[in-house]
Ligand binder design. Structure first.
Ligand SMILES: *[C@@H]1O[C@H](CO)[C@@H](O)[C@H](O)[C@H]1NC(C)=O
Ligand SMILES: *[C@@H]1O[C@H](CO)[C@@H](O)[C@H](O)[C@H]1NC(C)=O
Ligand SMILES: *[C@@H]1O[C@H](CO)[C@@H](O)[C@H](O)[C@H]1NC(C)=O
Ligand SMILES: *[C@@H]1O[C@H](CO)[C@@H](O)[C@H](O)[C@H]1NC(C)=O
Ligand SMILES: *[C@@H]1O[C@H](CO)[C@@H](O)[C@H](O)[C@H]1NC(C)=O
Ligand SMILES: *[C@@H]1O[C@H](CO)[C@@H](O)[C@H](O)[C@H]1NC(C)=O
Ligand SMILES: *[C@@H]1O[C@H](CO)[C@@H](O)[C@H](O)[C@H]1NC(C)=O
Ligand SMILES: *[C@@H]1O[C@H](CO)[C@@H](O)[C@H](O)[C@H]1NC(C)=O
Ligand SMILES: *[C@@H]1O[C@H](CO)[C@@H](O)[C@H](O)[C@H]1NC(C)=O
Length: 850
């Protein structure tokens, strides 16, 4: 049964008890149910404070058989809570001595022992409410007002929760010095609970951040199986998960658990792969666990602790096998309360009403006996005059000073609240009727400064501001451990600055100076990304290489796509610029094409020179020298325009490319066409009765060449204005390369230009074909037919080759087509004539022409 439900049931029972005893009181003197709870320490005062401590820590579980009364708990002594009680006495005496705070009034106290047991805690809570001690038994006992105004305590969370639940409905304030469970901040369940130690809500978060800070993402977790451990660990795990930290196992333990449970825990720790273990354990649990751990050599683990034990030198002293060396954790910041140590060593004030407890305490403190037992074993006899100087045990150890200070602050908070309520100024108004609810309201508003200079106040949940010190257990040569403060955690700061680890000279488990590694899977190397393993926590993953075009270079979970201009390198850890594809002058193909183009230009120039030199010869004259020179000129341009296709495309070269090519070719073809028509006309003119020569004289020739060219110019102008070709980066053709090319802008424009050239070429071919049989020695028609055949063949094969060539090769194909067709024209039309002019001058006569 969970502690909560158990409590609920018990409480119902106690409420019934209370109600029945109140109603009975009207008729008859009230009687007590069950055994009386004796206050362990009591001192009368004007205003009484309650104290609840675990003077005993652990008990033997005994099974109830429901046939006889449950046995009294068998408890063992716990010095630490005697220290807390002493701290409370110190604060009370200081206030009592002071003339500023509560002048003329004395504080009294009444302390009970809960033995760390929830059941006992509830009994104690009711005893504090009712004051059912023996001497208060007379008839009026049940009608006197609340015996104590405020309850100080308890040390552990679960008993505190039990008491706070019981007293909550009566609004009796309770101030704990060490109960850290975040559950106690719930003001609906525990309306009258306040504390001077920060809530685990902050500690769990701080621990998660600490673990994350050192890069531990694969943890074990051990917790006390009570409200403190369960709540604290639940918050820790939730926060850790948000930070990407995984918990491999989480085991609970309680100090009364059987030995098999501890064996089981050791087995789990040994078989797991995580090397860092986070604990939410109280010192009392460590007392039990440490012995078993050292018997099993459970060393080499990095322990992360809470304020419950991390600054407890008693545990450090117990840890003879160095299991906890290098532990790191959070503790309440170190403080010092002046005068408290001296006060604490004087234990005589603890001897008040219950001298049995004091005797037990005294005997344990000095390891002696007042009464010698008869059973042989001889022990030192107590004299009652023993001195604490030189004694070393957890009572004389002052490492829990921050907790003493919490007790001290709690008592002072009550005193300040009372001071306000009683309107104290030189003297206090003793007529004010004290009411726990008023005190509670005043406590929630309190804001004062202690003599050590710290401000004390509670937030709306009754919690103080959260500040922790980060403690590292550093082993020293003389077999002791030093608690070195290595940083702080301040919850009042913004999230990214809360944790600050200042001292990096940390010592870890196994005396290592290296931060231990505790991960499920190693960090993925560059160029890979995480793929979670099925059914495992998010910290366990495989590293998978990034796909092409994606990279991961640091901590990114998934691979990032490179920008379009970039591509991943071989290692997949950087994006590199994609190779840019275009025909450049430097590469072989570009150089060859350039050479061919220049060669063509030179050849054309040479032919022109030969023609010019022999311009007077009949051959040149007969063949319409003006058109021939124009044709040679346009062929030069044709060769040159292929150069605009080479090199990185720019706005200008793109626009120039197709238009220059279109216009020069049209000029060229129209010259050839002119020549063909002239040949046709010449033949027709030679027929009788016709005089067609007049119709197609040089003027008409010029006009027609100009006209044909003008049409192409207009087409080009329209194309350029409507949708001009512009350079683009084509990412689609290759995934790792960019093709730099000219977008056609308008495909209609492009194909119109080509189509118009084609049309003229077809016409030319047709006319030349008609004229090929004409009797003329220098009949150019045959040559023109042949050249047009080459021309058309080149351009018809160009189309499929252009469309299907990848990348820059389509441009190369176009250049090749231009060069081939230009060479075709040059060679077919002019080379035979040059041959005659240069080598067969005998044929170059007027006679031969006829
Ligand atoms: C408080 O101080 C007065 C004298 O100042 C003393 O008589 C009384 O016993 C003290 N009470 C406690 C609880 O210390
Ligand atoms: C209270 O006053 C008494 C007598 O003056 C003194 O002995 C004692 O140390 C004082 N206690 C504290 C806690 O200051
Ligand atoms: C622990 O270590 C000691 C010596 O190193 C060895 O004798 C003992 O058997 C070990 N115990 C266990 C449970 O491994
Ligand atoms: C405690 O006080 C009682 C009486 O007040 C006394 O008889 C007893 O000896 C004291 N105990 C010690 C250990 O001093
Ligand atoms: C100590 O011994 C006396 C008699 O010798 C006895 O009356 C007393 O009860 C004993 N006390 C304890 C705690 O045993
Ligand atoms: C205390 O009383 C004096 C006169 O008796 C007065 O002057 C002073 O203001 C009072 N202080 C407070 C805080 O009320
Ligand atoms: C161990 O050494 C430290 C200093 O290194 C010292 O402070 C401490 O008192 C020593 N402890 C013992 C038990 O000698
Ligand atoms: C860091 O810790 C070492 C002890 O381990 C101490 O000597 C040193 O003073 C500390 N430095 C700071 C800056 O706190
Ligand atoms: C990782 O790559 C991204 C994108 O390429 C870049 O912005 C970042 O600076 C790189 N980080 C490292 C650590 O190389």
């Amino acid at each position: 049964m969970s502690a909560g439900r158990w409590l609920e049931r018990r409480l119902k029972l106690f409420y019934l008890l209370l109600v029945s005893s109140f109603s009975l009181a009207e008729e008859q003197a009230c009687t007590h149910r069950g055994d009386l709870e004796d206050a362990q320490l009591i001192k009368k005062g004007d205003i009484m404070l309650g104290g609840v401590f675990s003077f005993h820590s652990s008990w033997r579980n005994s099974q109830d058989n429901y046939e006889q009364k449950p046995q009294q708990l068998q408890c063992t002594l716990n010095f630490r809570d005697f220290q807390f009680a002493q701290a409370m006495l110190f604060a009370i005496e200081e206030i009592n001595n002071s003339s500023d705070l509560l002048p003329g009034l004395t504080l009294g106290y009444k302390m009970y022992d809960t033995c760390g047991s929830i059941a006992r805690s509830v009994r104690v809570a009711l005893a504090l409410l009712n004051g059912n001690e023996i001497e208060a038994l007379p008839a009026e006992a049940c009608t006197t007002p609340a015996q104590v105004q405020v309850i100080m305590g308890e040390t552990s969370s679960s008993p505190t929760a039990a008491i706070a639940t019981a007293i909550g409905p009566f609004h009796i304030p309770m101030i704990s010095h060490f109960a850290t469970c975040a559950c106690l901040s719930d003001k609906i369940k525990y309306p009258s609970f306040l504390r001077t130690i920060p809530s685990d809500y902050y500690q769990s978060r701080a621990l998660a951040q600490l673990v994350k800070y050192f890069g531990w993402t694969w943890l074990g977790a051990v917790r006390t199986n009570d409200d403190y451990g369960n709540n604290g660990m639940a918050t820790f795990i939730a926060t850790a998960q948000q930070l990407g930290v995984c918990v491999e196992y989480s085991i609970s333990f309680f100090r009364t658990d059987p030995l098999e449970k501890i064996q089981n825990i050791i087995e789990i720790i040994k078989t797991s792969t995580s090397k860092v273990i986070v604990t939410f354990l109280s010192n009392m649990d460590w007392d039990v666990l440490l012995q078993e751990f050292s018997r099993n050599n459970l060393t080499g683990y990095q322990w992360v602790g809470t304020e419950g034990w991390i600054s407890d030198s008693q545990i450090a002293a117990m840890d003879k096998s160095h299991i906890l060396d290098g532990a790191i954790g959070l503790s309440i910041p170190k403080t010092h309360v002046s005068g408290i140590t001296k006060f604490m060593f004087n234990v005589k004030p603890l001897n008040s009403s219950n001298s049995v407890l004091f005797r037990e305490f005294w005997e344990a403190l000095f390891s002696c006996k007042f009464n010698q037992s008869n059973s042989g074993e001889i022990q030192k006899k107590c004299t009652g005059e023993e001195d604490l100087t030189g004694v070393e045990n957890s009572f004389t150890d002052m490492s829990l000073m921050p907790i003493f200070y919490n007790v001290y602050k709690g008592v002072y908070a009550v005193a300040h609240a009372l001071h306000e309520i009683l309107n104290c100024n030189k003297t206090c108004d003793k007529n004010v009727q004290l009411d726990p609810y008023t005190i509670l309201q005043q406590l929630q508003k309190i804001h004062f400064k202690t003599k050590e200079g710290d401000f004390v106040y509670f937030n709306e949940n009754g919690d103080p501001p959260a500040k922790y010190e980060i403690i590292n257990w550093q082993p020293r040569e003389n077999d002791t451990v030093e608690f070195v403060s290595v940083g702080i955690y301040d919850a009042s700061l913004p999230e990214d600055r809360q944790l600050s680890v200042t001292n990096m000279s940390l010592i870890w488990a196994k005396n290592s100076l290296q931060v231990p590694v505790s991960v499920c899977s190693e960090k993925c190397p560059h160029g890979t990304h995480k793929v979670l393993q099925k059914g495992k926590p998010v910290c366990c993953y495989d590293c998978v290489r990034c796909a092409e075009g994606e990279i991961s270079n640091s901590t990114s979970i998934s691979c990032l796509k490179c920008f379009p201009e970039f591509w991943s390198n071989e290692g997949r850890d950087a994006c590199i610029k994609k190779e840019e594809l275009f025909i450049s002058y430097e590469e072989i193909m570009g150089a060859l094409l350039t050479t061919a183009s220049l060669l063509g230009t030179c050849m054309t120039a040479l032919v022109a020179a030969i023609f010019f030199r022999h311009r007077k010869t009949p051959l040149v004259r007969a063949n319409n020298s003006e058109l021939s020179f124009l044709l040679l000129f346009s062929l030069t341009l044709c060769f040159l325009c292929s150069l605009t296709f080479i090199g990185q495309p720019t706005d200008w070269s793109c626009m120039l490319r197709h238009t220059a090519f279109g216009i020069t070719f049209v000029l060229c073809i129209s010259c050839v066409l002119g020549k063909t028509i002239v040949v046709l006309m010449a033949f027709k003119a030679s027929l009788p009765g016709r005089n067609i020569t007049k119709w197609f004289g040089p003027t008409q020739q010029r006009v027609s060449v100009l006209g044909f060219t003008l049409i192409q110019v207009i087409i080009c102008i329209i194309w350029l204005t409507m949708a001009p070709p512009l350079p683009i980066k084509n990412f689609k053709k290759f995934k790792d390369k960019i093709v730099l090319e000219c977008d056609l802008g308008s495909t209609i424009g492009f194909w119109s230009v080509l189509g118009y050239i084609g049309l003229l070429a077809m016409m030319c071919f047709l006319f030349a074909f008609l004229a090929r049989k004409l009797p003329d020695n220098f009949n150019e028609a045959k040559l023109i037919t042949f050249s047009m055949l080459i021309f058309c063949a080149v351009w018809i094969t160009f189309i499929p080759a252009y469309v299907s060539s990848p990348g820059k090769f389509s441009v190369a194909v176009e250049i090749f087509a231009i060069l081939a067709s230009s060479f075709g024209l040059l060679i077919c039309i002019f080379i035979p004539k040059c041959y005659i002019i240069l080598l067969k001058p005998e044929k170059n006569t007027k006679k031969n022409m006829m």
